[in-house]
Design a protein around this ligand. Structure first.
Ligand code: SF4
Length: 550
């Protein structure tokens, strides 16, 4: 063996780099159990087993590989057994945490619902989900307490009105976020709905794209207000005007939060509406073929983009997948903060839309029925869910707006909410989620009530995002005040629910992640004091229009 220059030590040969499981480089053999499961049987096939076997024989008959893996491709997760505290989340085996009931996620691409669909979603909640229904921050509705025996009936009834749970979870293209005001907003650059519909009909459920390295999140919005938070999606098409070619989309890739957060980056290209499905297919194919599959923790598209850089990614997209060069686009202006559409706004046809806050996204089938009745009584047939856990009612005549606003407020949906109610989000948390360490929804609801009393004068948004574990389903890193659930010691030395604080995150013009303040670990019951103090300091010391984050 040769010596290293200038030494007697034998030179070490560089160790060959371990493969990342990229299919395009020839790594077709599964390198972990998840990849093996997907190779053994395409997860979409599990529907037939649910319909033909599990729904007849019940929970006990379900194959564990299907239950904890492939079920997700049809929107099903086991939910957490009631009564297991957060301290046991990391110590129990998955099967000890599993309840015999399921969470079922209904994908609502673009967040668009008509009254028939809304009433169906409400009926199913009341009949099969103990009246549960959460509005997620990806425009979905999520049920709990679903019995496997009822799943085929639920599917049939959803599909009869054009809704589905297909690929609502799993390593596949999840629900496509769309502007909640697509087609109606006066400010809209372009309506992305035709592209969402085309991708949904051509590629969702297509087995070519049902085995991706991990989940794949898409957002398409022609609204200038970044209302689908493009920076945190795997792929996003954000409305942009090209100086020569006109309205189209600015393409972003590689965003994602969780434990290694990264903001999406612009590819620097302009994509016209009718080419969005083809470009989406190209980017998704790169992810499928070149995405890392060895470690689940490195399997999102963001890791490939981080290693390749956007220049190489664009080159591969153009040369290997599209066979043509895309049109260059300089960076368009970004909004200061993402639009949440809460309030009353004129549509381009002269009617109005009303956006209301459902406190931390927790609603119910009963409430959705009430919404449907109110919407119908005010002459509309269209409702939209939003990525900020809000509900919009479209097409309201001017003379009916105030009556609608009042009727929604009576059932707890406020179109003129306090800054606290408007800007606080919470993930599912310990009530149902097997990964959770703390309660989130009730904690956030109580927090809002307290802060409305204590700091009613808050006149500018301070976003508070409450997560039950490090996974960031409620986007802690992008909030002014991000709260990550954990166990902490109280004064008496007992382990109690608490939160690691991240401060100063933002989306929009000055997008960036909040800083984790190691010393700021707050006991859950002390959160109102902590946030009151922070917000008062901000209100007293801010200069001019200085925001909380910057
Ligand atoms: Fe569950 Fe954690 Fe996601 Fe909350 S952030 S829903 S606790 S996985």
């Amino acid at each position: 063996m040769a010596s290293a220059p200038g030494t007697d030590t034998p030179a070490r040969r560089p160790r060959p780099k371990r493969g990342e499981g990229q299919w395009a480089l020839g790594y077709r053999e599964p390198l972990n159990a998840n990849e093996q499961s997907k190779k053994d049987d395409n997860p979409l096939n599990v529907r037939a087993r649910i319909e033909n076997i599990y729904a007849h024989r019940g929970f006990e008959s379900i194959d564990p590989g299907d239950m904890r893996g492939r079920f997700r491709w049809w929107g099903l997760y086991t939910q957490r057994k009631p009564g297991i505290d957060g301290g046991k989340t990391a110590t129990l085996e998955p099967e000890e945490l599993d309840d015999e009931y399921f969470m079922l996620r209904v994908r609502i691409d673009g967040g668009q619902l008509n009254l028939e669909q809304l009433r169906t979603v409400a009926d199913l909640s009341v009949e099969y989900a103990r009246d549960s229904a959460d509005l997620t921050d990806r425009q979905n509705v999520q049920y709990h307490w679903i019995d496997i025996r009822d799943v085929p009936t639920i599917w049939n009834r959803l599909e009869a009105v054009g809704l589905s749970t297909q690929e609502a979870c799993g390593d596949c293209p999840r629900v496509i976020l769309g502007s909640p005001v697509a087609g109606v907003s006066e400010d809209e650059i372009i309506d992305g709905t035709p592209a969402i519909d085309a991708i949904e009909s051509q590629f969702i459920g297509d087995k070519e794209f049902s085995n991706l390295p991990r989940k794949f999140k898409t957002a398409i919005s022609g609204h200038p207000g970044h209302d689908v938070v493009p920076q945190i999606n795997d792929i996003a098409f954000a409305g942009a005007v090209h100086p020569e070619h006109g309205p189209g989309f600015d393409l972003w890739v590689g965003g994602g939060l969780s434990t290694n957060p990264m903001l999406a980056q612009r590819l620097g290209v302009w994509v016209p509406l009718d080419e969005v499905p083809e470009v989406w297919k190209g980017v998704t194919s790169i992810f499928r073929d070149y995405g890392y599959r060895r470690l689940r923790t490195r399997a999102r598209l963001k890791f490939l983009i981080a290693d390749w850089g956007v220049e190489k990614f664009r080159e591969v997209l153009e040369t290997e997948y599209l066979g043509r060069t895309l049109v260059d686009l300089d960076a368009p202006e970004a909004p200061e903060t993402p639009a949440d559409h809460v309030g009353v706004f004129r549509q381009k046809d002269g009617k109005f839309f009303v956006g209301a806050a459902a406190t931390v996204g927790r609603i119910s089938g009963t409430l959705l029925h009430q919404v449907a009745d109110i919407v119908e009584a005010h002459g509309s047939d269209r409702v939209r869910t939003t990525p900020m856990q809000k509900l919009l009612v479209l097409d309201v005549d001017e003379d009916k707006v105030e009556s609608l606003v009042a009727a929604l407020a009576e059932i707890g949906l406020n179109a003129r909410p306090s800054q606290w109610r408007r800007n606080t989000m919470a993930c599912t948390g310990i009530e149902y989620c097997k990964l959770a360490i703390v309660n989130t929804k009730d904690r956030a609801k109580d927090l809002i009530g307290e802060l409305e009393q204590r700091v009613p004068e808050l006149d500018t948004p301070i976003t508070v995002n409450v997560n039950g574990c490090p996974n960031s389903c409620a986007r802690i890193q992008t909030a002014d005040i991000g709260l990550k659930g954990m166990l902490v010691m109280d004064e008496a030395g007992n382990q109690v629910e608490g939160f690691q604080v991240h401060l100063g995150g933002a989306l929009g013009l000055e997008a960036g992640f909040g800083r984790k303040l190691r010393a700021h670990k707050v006991i859950g019951d002390h959160l109102p004091d902590y946030i009151e103090k922070l917000s008062r300091t901000y209100l007293e010391q801010r200069e001019d229009a200085e925001s909380f984050a910057r």
